[in-house]
Design a protein around this ligand. Structure first.
Ligand code: ADP
Ligand code: MG
Length: 570
């Protein structure tokens, strides 16, 4: 009898032995064993694990332990080829089908599959669901059996993710046509909304959901103010780092400019963006991966599916668009688990640039969401709270604070006891029936007589005007800190509404104290803040004009360039 029956497979050590046999690994990473067991019991699965966490093994190992073929849907040709290549190096029978193959080559691979010579078949989503391909799949099912579908990068089904691919939406057809075949969805995108979307879109049946921690303890997170010295700081940072690194910029022009400047400093830097031709891009990517170049300067077009374990630093020379993107991009550092640095330069000019990009969007919902995301990344950058706490909080993961591996934790601002203020603030949220955002709450606390306050009759609340001892900026600082510490929730669908949670009530019941980090410099008043922004904006306006069009182009083209069959349409 070929294949190992699931019962035997889960016997003590059998899985470990297979792991060693097929992949040479001594032990499972956290979660992998449970996932493999569930897969062998033919359960649907949703796996959320950070990049580099070891998701592939979760479908590869069960595929090798069962009869029949496992069909892997993967959106990137490069990724597909890499995985198949490295599996083959391990002596594993696998292959891929996509648009890069000649007709003859496709045929010969299809024959091998039908003869049962293949355990893992990688396909691009649009190929899988094409008229011609589905009948072939039917034959595979009838002749050798399909033991599972694995949908890699499953967040592509969700418009709420960062990489929506319309072809992924069609995947429900798989469920309809092959209802009996178990399905595993894998992603590194952790927001709850995306998770719900995946389950719904793929019609997963009572899936076992595995959500790994998104903490990457080896990464040091730092935010620096963008100043005239920032470029020198960048050069210093590169020189002081022994390994290779990625520098992310917002536009192609900026990428070219920085790459060129760095080259003139004698640094081995190469550019990467969607404005370059395919060949240049892939050659630069290969040079970076093979350590022929120390630094790659890139737009967000670079990175998805790139597996270079020893990236020692990722610099965001321009402000990233949102926290999710920042997490994913900075997360390309230190995949090998060794210490690595993630540095972001934060300047007010970038905010204007991103606001401009957002203004260009025609979809109102999209605009609203993008604005809120921008606000979140600004709050992150300005915050004095542990960076990890904020990032993980964004993914719904509670981190106790004080990670000791970010700028705010290593060089903490003095903390003060703001329990009384927090009680005032949260009571005001409660009195306003959890239907308003922080600015309104602050208006009420500070006794504003603006229209909105009067419209809702909030001037009659017991919390009206009890917060005059603090400035609006100080209240904002408290509010953000409460959000980041998980002591109040902020809705994330583009409308910012504060909601109380268990922690909020503990504070209000005096069961819990609230400490917040207060900046060493006094908190800016709105006025000087605005002036500063204005000055910087004017200075940058010139540059901005020429950047605008490019950025819009980059946005629409970038994520598509490296994609599988669908790119051909562009
Ligand atoms: P993901 O798809 O989650 O981004 P991968 O599946 O590409 O991650 O795995 C990342 C790296 O971790 C790969 O180099 C893989 O060989 C390695 N890896 C996965 N599981 C294990 C394990 N149990 N032991 C050692 N290395 C592992
Ligand atoms: Mg992967």
């Amino acid at each position: 009898m070929s294949g190992i029956s699931p019962l035997n497979a889960t016997a003590p050590n059998q899985l470990e032995r297979s792991l060693k046999h097929f992949f040479g690994h001594d032990s499972f990473r956290p979660g992998q064993r449970e996932i493999v067991e569930a897969a062998l019991q033919n359960r649907d699965l949703l796996i959320v694990m950070p990049t580099g966490g070891g998701k592939s093994l979760c479908f590869q190992l069960p595929a090798l332990m069962r009869k029949g073929v496992t069909v892997v849907v993967s959106p990137l040709i490069a990724l597909m080829q890499d995985q198949v290549e490295s599996l083959k190096n391990n002596g594993i029978a696998c292959t891929f089908l996509n648009s890069t193959l000649s007709w003859e080559e496709s045929r010969s691979r299809e024959t091998a599959i039908l003869q049962g010579q293949i355990k893992l078949l990688y396909v691009a989503p649009e190929r899988l669901l094409s008229e011609r391909f589905l009948p072939f799949m039917d034959m595979v099912r009838a002749q050798v059996g399909i033991c599972g579908f694995a949908i890699d990068e499953a967040h592509c089904v969700s418009e709420w993710g960062h990489d929506f691919r319309p072809e992924y939406r069609q995947m429900q057809l798989l469920r309809q046509r092959y209802p009996e075949i178990p399905m595993m969805a894998l992603t590194a995108t952790a927001t709850d909304r995306v998770r719900q979307d995946i389950t719904q879109q793929l019609a997963l049946r009572d899936p076992k959901i595995h959500i790994a921690s998104f903490n990457r303890p080896n990464l040091y997170y730092e935010v620096r103010q963008k100043t005239k010295q920032s470029y020198r700081e960048l050069v210093k940072l590169i020189r002081e780092s022994k390994g290779s690194g990625i520098i992310y910029c917002l536009s192609r022009r900026r990428v070219d400019e920085i790459a060129y400047k760095l080259q003139r400093e004698g640094i081995d830097a190469i550019p990467y963006h969607a404005g370059m031709n395919d060949q240049e891009r892939s050659s630069n990517q290969t040079r970076f991966i093979r350590d022929d170049a120390q630094v790659i300067v890139a737009t967000i077009a670079f990175g998805m599916g790139i597996n270079k374990p020893d990236v020692r630093f990722v610099v965001h020379y321009d402000l990233p668009r949102n926290i999710e993107g920042y997490y994913q991009e900075s997360g390309r550092a230190g995949r090998d688990g060794e210490p690595a640095n993630c540095t972001m330069f934060f300047g007010y000019g970038d905010i204007k640039t991103i606001e401009y990009i957002i203004d260009q969007k025609t979809d109102v919902d999209e605009q609203r969401i993008a604005r809120q995301q921008l606000r979140q990344i600004i709050n992150y950058s300005e915050s004095t709270v542990c960076r990890r706490t904020i990032q993980l909080g964004y993914f719904g993961e509670r981190f106790p604070g004080n990670c000791e591996n970010c700028d705010n934790c290593r060089n903490p601002n003095p903390t003060e006891d703001w329990t009384i203020e927090a009680m005032k603030f949260l009571s005001c949220v409660a009195r306003c029936k959890e239907r308003f955002g922080m600015n309104h709450i602050i208006d009420v606390l500070r006794g504003s007589k603006n229209q909105k306050v009067l419209k809702y009759g909030h001037e009659t609340l017991s919390t009206y005007g009890i917060g005059l001892d603090k400035t609006a900026d100080e209240w904002k600082m408290l509010a953000r800190s409460l959000i980041h510490q998980g002591l109040v929730e902020e809705t994330t669908d583009g409308y910012s509404v504060l909601k109380l949670n268990e922690g909020s009530w503990e504070v209000m019941r005096k069961q819990r104290q609230v400490f917040i980090a207060v900046p060493k410099a006094p908190v800016n008043t709105d006025m000087t803040d605005r002036d500063r922004k204005k000055a910087e904006v004017e200075m940058l306006l010139d540059r901005l004009r020429s950047l605008r069009k490019e950025i819009a182009d980059e946005q629409s083209v970038a994520p598509y360039m490296v994609f599988a069959d669908s790119t051909l349409k562009l």
